[in-house]
Design a protein around this ligand. Structure first.
Ligand SMILES: *[C@@H]1O[C@H](CO)[C@@H](O)[C@H](O)[C@H]1NC(C)=O
Length: 360
């Protein structure tokens, strides 16, 4: 269910009248480069706020959070001020998760949230605890008890069901707090969540023999398509699609590479790159032209928490097995500069990246 939920929330559809507020808490140990605790709060699949143990306070990631009225802000601030402290509560709650496990890493996730159907008014709230990427115990809304998802979770389940007062807190959160915060937040976020923004599209190339990347960034929502054309026909050969990535400001970016090694200079003008955003009739089209290709490399800056966010998305979407497998391409942060971008494009081939000074 953990996986299905995450997939559901990361791929919401155009017809959605279901709004969601989902908080993802994660404690980890033994994982290199991961903070020991982090909190991600998403509203309708868009990052609202982020916290991890490398930061002092919770960071709002949407400007409308700063425009909230006093009485609404209180609900929100109360919620987020408690997020850093919740680390200890979560650790305490989940102590029994790894009783029999030794060594290696531990990742404990709590996904708590609610969904609101703004047509019927129906509310559905949930809490799922995960251990190392698998569902562990789930709150059953009918019986108001915790149920184990695996035999290993039996002890933890007994433990949870024995804590009546704590279970009451979850019930109150499910029934009152979460729906209230969701509705209040949605009121402010409506105009932002229902907007459509076209991206800026550019062509990037590391060296004259590298593939040309068509890169679109800053678009919203994430229902977008991009492809290369030759003579106005979509092509698939020698084309590599990169995964769509979230930007820090809630918009998205996407990239698609074309290997032009066998394209003669006269044929360049027959190619173009097309970006289409759902709900917008006009496409953004950029022709393959030397003069339009950017290759420069400025100073680079890496964004640590976005890497973490991506790691989390991967954990949620395809399960923890990703850590056990050798990955061909590690997740990288969305580029912020041309330099980072060309660095990312060529991460496999770069021999000496020293000219792109990185800092973290
Ligand atoms: C591009 O295609 C050529 C031949 O079609 C191949 O040799 C080369 O490795 C490809 N480049 C990349 C970066 O995939």
């Amino acid at each position: 269910m953990l996986k299905e939920l995450m997939i559901l929330f990361f791929c919401h559809t155009a017809s959605a009248v279901i709004h969601s507020l989902i908080c993802n808490f994660m404690i980890s140990s033994g994982l290199p480069n991961a903070p020991e605790y982090l909190v991600i709060l998403n509203l309708d699949n868009v990052l609202m706020a982020y916290y991890d143990t490398n930061m002092k306070t919770v960071e709002p990631r949407q400007h409308w959070l700063k425009e909230m009225k006093k009485e609404d802000l209180d609900t929100w601030e109360n919620y987020m001020q408690n997020a850093p402290l919740y680390q200890y509560r979560l650790a305490e709650d989940t102590k029994s998760f790894f009783q029999q496990q030794t060594g290696g890493f531990h990742v404990i996730q709590q996904i708590t949230g609610c969904e609101w159907d703004d047509e019927t008014g129906g509310i559905h709230s949930f809490t799922i605890f995960g251990y190392n990427g698998e569902d562990f115990i789930i709150f059953d809304k009918d019986t108001k008890t915790w149920i184990a998802s695996t035999p290993e979770a039996e002890i933890a389940k007994e433990n949870f069901n024995g804590k009546k007062a704590r279970t009451e807190e979850f019930k109150t959160y499910h029934k009152n707090d979460c729906p209230i915060l969701l509705k209040k937040s949605f009121n402010y976020a409506k105009s932002v969540l229902h907007r459509t923004v076209l991206p800026s599209v550019s062509l990037l190339q590391k060296t004259p023999s590298s593939p040309v990347s068509c890169h679109a960034t800053g678009f919203y929502p994430n229902r977008a398509m991009m492809f290369w054309r030759k003579d106005r026909e979509e092509i698939h050969e020698r084309v590599v699609h990169r995964e769509m990535l979230p930007n820090q400001d809630g918009t998205f970016q996407i990239q698609i590479d074309l290997n032009i090694s066998s394209v003669t200079p006269e044929d360049w003008r027959r190619y173009d790159c097309v970006f289409q955003l759902s709900g917008i009739k006009e496409d953004v089209v950029i022709g393959l032209e030397t003069s339009l290709i950017r290759t420069n490399c400025g100073t680079c800056k890496k964004s640590y928490e976005v890497i973490v966010l991506l790691v989390l998305i991967i954990i949620g979407a395809i399960g923890f097995t990703v850590y056990k497998k050798k990955k061909e391409q590690p997740p990288t942060s969305p580029p912020e500069t041309d330099c980072e971008l060309s660095e990312r494009l060529n991460s496999e081939t770069i021999q000496d990246p020293a000219h792109c000074a990185t800092s973290s």
